[in-house]
Design a binder for this molecule. Structure first.
Ligand code: 6PG
Length: 479
């Protein structure tokens, strides 16, 4: 192979890097990948489709030397210091005008820092959120590029061809200035956390409360996935209930320890939402539930203690099965889940709306929901509905202010109330559903009781308050 003939380079041939680069090659681009590990480069070459041009190399020098200019190099290594290390190693090898892409789940301010570091050196740096896991990377991810717009224009042909497609539209588009790409991906992950938690709470109500077997849950979720809940996360949940464990011969889901892991993107979403002053309570609760799930041994001891205490003090243990008709429970759960999922997207999008202005990213919100319709973990038919809402009103501050979305939520909200009450009365931890409902109730209540809170603040701290009948700041001598 002659020098400088490859179209696209990848640093890091782990699961995501390898699959994304194979996808690039499948679309007619000559793809070269670097990994220190010779097994990874040979696995990559062996996995290539017939007729494609791929090459794996074990030094960055070899990779950079064989890329056509301006070079397009994507980094897919764990977020954090490894990205800085790769950039430092690339710097002596690349030339002005080359494009370095970070495709990982990077904290957005790191992206800004790297952009500012590389810009004076004449290197385009662009942060791209990539979603869809292994399968998505291989056959069509959703991608969220932001920042350097000229770099995006140069990358567009490659990214458009490898992205997932919905109604002929590629699931990749420009997300806005600065670190908008990684920011939008982070919020995507926050919504992902929320929806996963909501599905788990619904599963708990149905399985532990309604005594639905795994087979019944498989049926139910499969049916849900044929209707308005249609989405990737519902689809894989249906499949999970069917999976048997070859070791025990039982359903695998029953043998999995109830301790959740996380890599931090959900937590970042909550932390940054707090900083921005945006309410995303369902995402916050999803993060919190993962934290509580980790306390396995304390939970075991606490369940025993509190159950015994309850029996001793009240002569009754809280019910573990819900006395409800199964069909009715299933239908209420479906609608409750649907409402809470809508409210999770609503919260995430309101965060993007605020971040767009306050962090000067100018995020085209319709582009975010557009690229999420396919390829990513939170893809769902609902996103098409949100896409239409943003087309009607691109500047809408909160999707609950859109007539069609308001109607959709109103149709399900009674069931969300029912599911939340059932959970509360029977001791099921359903904070995601509860917080979604609270968000809805707070957002749709014109007068909240926080007039009293303002009075309290003024009482003890002379913090002043505003009035409903006059402009200005007021202070009262309360005593
Ligand atoms: C995606 C996923 C992906 C990853 C999450 C998992 O969009 O493809 O979001 O980025 O699966 O980072 O996050 P946790 O390990 O924190 O659950």
């Amino acid at each position: 192979m002659d020098n400088q003939t490859f179209d696209f380079g990848m640093v890091g041939l782990g699961v995501m890097g390898r699959n994304l680069l194979l996808n690039v090659a499948d679309h007619g681009f000559k793809a070269i990948g670097f990994d220190k590990d010779p097994k990874k480069t040979s696995d990559f070459e062996a996995a290539a489709s017939a007729g494609t041009t791929v090459k794996g190399v074990n030094t960055l020098e070899e990779m950079v030397a064989q890329l056509a200019m301006p070079r397009r190099i994507m980094i897919l290594v764990p977020a954090g210091k490894p990205v800085d290390d790769v950039i430092e190693s690339l710097l002596p090898l690349v030339s002005k005008g080359d494009i370095i892409i970070d495709g990982g789940n990077t904290y957005y301010t790191d992206t800004l820092r790297r952009y500012e570091y590389l810009q004076p050196k004449g290197i385009h740096f662009i942060g791209i959120g990539v979603s869809g896991g292994e399968e998505g990377a291989r056959f069509g991810p959703s991608m969220m590029p932001g920042g350097d717009e000229s770099a995006w224009q140069q990358l567009k042909p490659v990214l458009t061809s490898i992205a997932a497609k919905v109604n002929g539209e590629a699931c990749v588009d420009y997300m806005g200035k600065g670190a908008a790409g990684h920011f939008v991906k982070m919020v995507h992950n926050g919504i992902e956390y929320a929806i996963m938690q909501l599905i788990c709470e619904t599963y708990d109500l149905l399985h532990r409360g309604g005594k639905f077997s795994n087979e019944e849950l498989h049926e139910l979720f499969s049916n849900w996935n044929d209707g308005e809940l249609k989405s990737y996360l519902i689809e894989i949940t249906a499949a999970i209930f069917k999976q048997m464990d070859p070791e025990t011969g039982k359903h695998l889901v029953d043998s999995i320890l109830d301790k959740a892991g996380s890599k931090g993107t959900g937590k970042w979403t909550s932390q940054i939402a707090m900083d921005l002053g945006v309410a995303i309570p369902t995402i916050d609760m999803a993060v919190t539930m993962r934290t509580i799930s980790a306390l396995k041994s304390d939970r075991l001891a606490a369940e025993k203690l509190h159950r015994e205490m309850q029996i001793r003090l009240t002569n009754a243990a809280s019910a573990t099965s819900l006395s409800l008709d199964k069909k009715e429970l299933a239908e209420d759960c479906r609608k409750a889940l649907f409402a809470a999922i809508i409210l999770s997207y609503v919260q995430g999008m309101s965060m993007l709306h605020t971040a767009s202005k306050d962090l000067a990213m100018d995020i085209p919100l319709h582009n975010a929901v557009k690229v999420w319709r396919g390829g990513c973990i939170i893809r769902s038919t609902l996103l098409g509905t949100f896409y239409e809402a943003y087309q009607r009103n691109p500047a809408i501050s909160n999707l609950l202010l859109d007539d069609a979305i308001a109607e959709l939520v109103t149709q399900q909200i009674g069931s969300l109330r029912k599911a939340v009450s059932l959970a509360a009365l029977n001791g099921f931890a359903a904070g995601g559903l509860m917080n979604a409902l609270t968000y809805y109730d707070a957002f749709t209540t014109a007068r909240l009781p926080l007039n009293l809170l303002q009075a309290q603040r003024d009482y003890f701290g002379a913090h002043t308050y505003e009035r409903i009948d006059r402009e200005g700041k007021f202070h009262t001598q309360w005593t």
